[in-house]
Design a protein around this ligand. Structure first.
Ligand SMILES: Cc1cc2nc3c(=O)[nH]c(=O)nc-3n(C[C@H](O)[C@H](O)[C@H](O)COP(=O)(O)OP(=O)(O)OC[C@H]3O[C@@H](n4cnc5c(N)ncnc54)[C@H](O)[C@@H]3O)c2cc1C
Length: 488
C-alpha cells in the first residue's frame, strides 16, 4: 500500500502519526497469545477490540498502515471526494432549481483533495495505533508469515498463538494489458495522492469502484471515459438499475464505452493512447491518466499458509467454512481476505463472527448475515437479499413490488426522479426476499428493508407503518403497497 505519495501536509502528518507512528518499536511478545490477528483493517481492528474486551491476550500485526483499505485508500477518501463532486454537479444544475450561478464554475481540485485529507486525518484518530494499545493489544509492525500450525513470525520474532485470525484484506487487481505498466496507471492505492486533476482520464472497469470514481472525476471537471468489458455496468445488479446508471453517466457528460476491452496502451507526445475493442472494432482514445478498477485480489500469497496447513487460492482467498474456520482448526479468517462480499461492513460483521467462534466456541454462521450494499454513484444503487434470478434458481416463487421515483413527491420536489424501489417477496406472503433501490439516498433507504429482513418484519407491516411524508410510497392509499394491490 502506498504510504508516501500524498503531500506531507499537517493532515498527512496527523494521519501517519495515528496509523504508522514514527520510531515505533515492537513490544516484547507474550509467551503465548489467545489471539494473533494479521491485518489492521476493519476486520483486524474490530476483532482486536472484541477479543481484548473478552479478556484475551491479543497481538495484532500490520505491515502497512493501520486502518487498512477503508480509511487510507478506500471508503473514506472516495466518499469524501464523491461528496464534493456531487456539489459541483448540483452547482452546474443550479438553474434548474431557480438559482443563478456563474456560468463558468472553476473546480479547485487541490482544495477538494485537501478536504479529503483533512477528513481522513480526523477519522484516523478513531483507528489509531495508540487507541488499540490502550485497549491492551500488543501491536507489531512488519510482514507476518506463518512458521507452523500455531506460530507466526513478524520480522524475525516468533509469536505463539492459541487462535489466529487472518484479516489481510485485498489489493487492486492489475489488468494484463500490453503497455499499461510502461505507460503508468493509477489504482485506488495512488489516485487519492493526486493534487492536480488529469485533463483527460480513462477509467478501465465498470464495477463499483470504477463507476464511483469515474463519475466523481467527471463531475470534478475531468474529461472522463469509462470502458467496461461487459454490456452493462455493475454486472451483479439488476439490468434496469445498471441501465439508469449508464444514462446518468451520459447526462454528466461522461463518455461511456460498454462492451469495450482495453487491449493495448502506448505513450506518444506525453499522452497515453489506449486501444479499445468493441464488437471487433478497434478505436483509440487519448488520455492523460488511466485509472484501473478491475477487481480485487486477496492478500494471501505471502503468508506462508502452507506452513500453517491453511488452503487458499488467489481468487477467493483463504478457504473457510461457514464458521469462518480454516482447515487448521486454530486459524480463522474474516473480511476481504476470504469473503466474496468485499465491503467494510462485512469485514466488521465477519470479524465479530470469527472472534465469537474462535474464543467462545460459538457456532455463528457467516451465511446467516443479511448483507446490504450500496454503490455511491448518483443515483446510488443499493441492494439486499436475493435477486429475482437467484430466487428463481432456488425455485422460490417471487412477486415484485416496484415504485418508480417519479411517483414519489420528495423525489419530484428534489428533482431526483431517476430510479426506483423494488421489493421482492415470496409469492402469496409478505416475506421480504430482497430489494434493490436506485435513488439519491438508496444507501440509507436500504437499511429499513435490511432491518425488516433481519427482524422478520413483512412488507405489509412496513406498508402499515406511518412514514414521514415524502418517503417512497405510491400516492393514494397505504394499502397500495400490500401484495394484494401490487404493481409488479
Ligand atoms: C476505492 C474503494 C472504495 C470503497 N468503498 C467502500 C464503501 O463505500 N463501502 C464499503 O462497505 N466498502 C467499500 N470498500 C471496500 C472496503 O474498503 C473493504 O471491504 C474493507 O476495507 C475490507 O477490510 P479488511 O479488514 O478485510 O481488509 P483491509 O482493510 O484491506 O485490511 C487488511 C490489512 O492487512 C494488512 N496486511 C496484508 N498482508 C499482511 C501481512 N502479510 N502482514 C501484515 N499485514 C498485512 C494490510 O496492509 C491492511 O492494512 C471500498 C474499497 C475501495 C478500494
Amino acid at each position: 500500500m502506498n504510504t508516501n505519495g500524498a503531500p506531507r501536509d499537517a493532515f498527512e502528518r496527523e494521519r501517519l502519526d495515528n496509523v504508522r507512528p514514527p520510531h515505533w518499536r515492537n513490544p516484547q511478545p507474550a509467551r503465548r497469545y489467545g489471539l494473533v490477528i494479521i491485518g489492521s483493517g476493519t476486520a483486524g481492528q474490530v476483532a482486536a477490540y472484541e477479543a481484548a474486551a473478552l479478556g484475551a491476550r491479543v497481538a495484532l500485526i500490520e505491515h502497512g498502515l493501520f486502518g487498512g483499505n477503508c480509511l487510507n485508500v478506500g471508503c473514506v477518501p472516495s466518499k469524501s471526494i464523491i461528496r464534493t463532486s456531487r456539489l459541483y454537479a448540483e452547482m452546474r444544475n443550479a438553474k434548474q432549481y431557480g438559482v443563478q450561478v456563474p456560468r463558468d464554475i472553476r473546480v479547485d481540485f487541490a482544495a477538494v483533495m485537501r478536504r479529503m485529507r483533512g477528513i481522513r486525518a480526523r477519522i484516523s484518530r478513531d483507528e489509531s495505533v495508540r487507541r488499540l494499545v490502550a485497549a491492551n493489544v500488543d501491536v507489531f509492525f512488519g510482514d507476518a508469515r506463518f512458521s507452523g500450525t500455531d506460530t507466526v513470525t513478524v520480522d524475525g520474532t516468533e509469536l505463539r498463538f492459541r487462535r489466529a485470525l487472518i484479516a489481510t484484506g485485498a489489493r487492486p487487481d492489475t489488468p494484463s494489458i500490453p503497455g499499461l505498466a510502461e505507460a503508468g496507471y493509477l489504482t485506488n492505492e495512488t489516485v487519492f495522492d493526486l493534487t492536480e486533476a488529469p485533463r483527460r482520464l480513462l477509467v478501465i472497469g465498470g464495477g463499483p469502484l470504477g463507476c464511483e470514481m469515474a463519475q466523481a472525476f467527471c463531475r470534478l471537471g475531468v474529461a472522463t471515459i469509462i470502458a467496461q468489458e461487459r454490456p452493462l455496468f455493475l454486472p451483479r445488479e439488476e439490468r434496469d438499475a445498471a441501465q439508469i446508471l449508464a444514462e446518468s453517466f451520459a447526462r454528466d457528460g461522461m463518455e461511456v464505452r460498454l462492451n469495450a476491452r482495453a487491449v493495448g496502451v502506448r505513450v506518444e507526445h506525453e499522452q497515453k493512447l489506449v486501444d479499445l475493442v468493441t464488437d471487433g472494432d478497434t478505436s483509440t482514445v487519448a488520455v492523460d491518466a488511466i485509472l484501473t478498477g478491475t477487481g480485487r485480489v486477496p492478500n494471501v500469497d505471502e503468508l506462508n499458509l502452507e506452513a500453517a496447513g491453511v488452503s487458499y487460492d488467489n481468487t477467493i482467498g483463504v478457504h473457510v467454512d461457514d464458521f469462518l474456520q480454516t482447515g487448521n482448526r486454530r486459524i480463522y479468517a474474516a473480511g476481504d481476505a476470504c469473503l466474496a462480499d468485499k465491503f467494510n461492513h462485512t469485514a466488521d460483521a465477519s470479524a465479530r463472527v470469527a472472534v465469537g467462534n474462535a474464543l467462545l466456541s460459538g457456532r455463528q454462521r457467516v451465511s446467516a448475515l443479511v448483507i446490504p450494499w450500496c454503490t455511491y454513484t448518483d443515483p446510488e444503487i443499493a441492494h439486499v437479499g436475493l435477486y429475482v434470478r437467484q430466487a428463481l434458481e432456488r425455485r422460490i416463487p417471487v412477486k415484485t413490488f416496484t415504485i418508480p421515483m417519479h411517483d414519489v413527491d420528495r423525489a419530484i420536489t428534489d428533482d431526483d426522479e431517476m430510479g426506483f424501489v423494488k421489493i421482492h417477496v415470496r409469492e402469496r406472503t409478505d416475506r421480504i426476499l430482497g430489494a434493490t433501490i436506485v435513488a439519491r439516498h438508496a444507501g440509507e433507504m436500504i437499511n429499513e428493508i435490511t432491518l425488516a429482513m433481519v427482524s422478520g418484519i413483512g412488507l405489509e407491516t412496513i406498508a402499515r407503518t406511518m412514514h414521514s411524508y415524502g418517503t417512497p410510497r405510491p400516492r393514494g392509499s397505504n394499502s397500495q403497497l400490500t401484495p394484494s394491490a401490487a404493481r409488479v
